[in-house]
Write a protein that binds this ligand. Structure first.
Ligand SMILES: NC(=O)c1ccc[n+]([C@@H]2O[C@H](COP(=O)([O-])OP(=O)(O)OC[C@H]3O[C@@H](n4cnc5c(N)ncnc54)[C@H](OP(=O)(O)O)[C@@H]3O)[C@@H](O)[C@H]2O)c1
Length: 251
């Protein structure tokens, strides 16, 4: 089992990340929290401090994670606050308006920057530290949307697909170095990101449930994990539909 005593979370203001932070704190972890919105961040820090014991450190800082020039300094601050790092979780993301992206390439590139390039930057820097220390867990929230491009959300899907593929290579690089690289692939999660969606049907999960799966996958050092588990089967089916048929489907 991997130690999750000192964890840095990027994008902690995400509903899924906040629930994950709560579960980690309940397990005794110290957490360094990075979130964009200072009010939300301060509320989460205050809440985690109430849940933490006197021997646990809860600290953090506000940052826009598309500013990749700040990433090294943020990781250094997390190391300093916690006395080193056992694990990192990258959770921030946006759900692009696909139609708006189709009309405006600048928006498309911004979405790719937020959902893919900023994550690749953090993964690269964390990988070098964890490789040098010879242990640790690097996790990031990708998505089932990254498994196959669909007309309704291929900007988001392409960004998440890049994250998943980058992490696959990183996992291969770090497997012999004692470092776990965990790709989290949730399906539909009831969070602010999906506030405008119709939530009827059996496929929706709560952030608490996904958070439980994330903590479990990080502890066990799993590679790719679909949350909830049935998305593995759903995506196996979707991935195996021949392209000649898939391109005609309204998905
Ligand atoms: N909900 C789903 O159905 C679903 C499914 C698959 C994967 N995911 C992924 O799960 C992760 C968490 O999403 P969620 O469902 O918990 O949604 P959420 O509550 O809307 O969280 C998204 C978070 O990302 C943060 N963020 C966006 N851009 C940022 C930036 N430039 N710098 C720093 N933070 C930034 C947002 O911060 P602000 O509060 O400042 O806006 C927000 O807290 C995302 O990566 C998402 O793509 C979600």
């Amino acid at each position: 089992m991997n130690s999750l005593n000192r964890v840095v979370i990027f994008g902690v203001t995400s509903a899924i990340a906040e629930q994950t932070a709560r579960q980690l704190v309940q397990n005794g972890a110290s957490i360094y929290c990075i979130g964009r919105n200072p009010d939300k961040l301060n509320r989460i820090l205050a809440d985690l401090k109430v849940r933490a014991g006197s021997d646990q450190t809860i600290a953090g800082v506000s940052a826009d994670l598309t500013d990749t020039h700040q990433h090294l300094a943020l990781i250094e601050q997390a190391n300093e606050a916690l006395g080193g790092l056992d694990a990192a979780l990258i959770a921030h993301g946006t759900l692009p308006d696909q139609k708006a992206c189709e009309a405006d390439v600048t928006l498309t590139l911004q979405e790719i920057e937020t959902n893919a390039l900023s994550v690749v930057s953090l993964l690269s820097l964390l990988a070098n530290q964890f490789e040098a220390q010879g242990k640790g867990v690097i996790a990031a929230i990708s998505s089932v949307a990254g498994d196959r491009g669909r007309q309704s959300n291929y900007v988001y899907g392409a960004a998440k697909g890049m994250v998943s593929l980058f992490m696959q290579g990183l996992r291969n690089r770090l497997a012999s170095k004692g470092v776990s690289v965990v790709t989290i692939k949730p399906g539909f999660v009831d969070s602010p990101m999906t506030a405008s969606f119709d939530k009827s049907g059996p496929l929706w999960a709560k952030p608490e449930m996904v958070a439980k799966g994330i903590v479990n996958a990080m502890q066990k050092g799993k590679g790719e994990v679909y949350l909830p588990w049935f998305w593995y089967i759903v995506m196996q089916i979707i991935k195996h539909i021949p392209e000649a048929i898939f391109k005609r489907l309204s998905l």
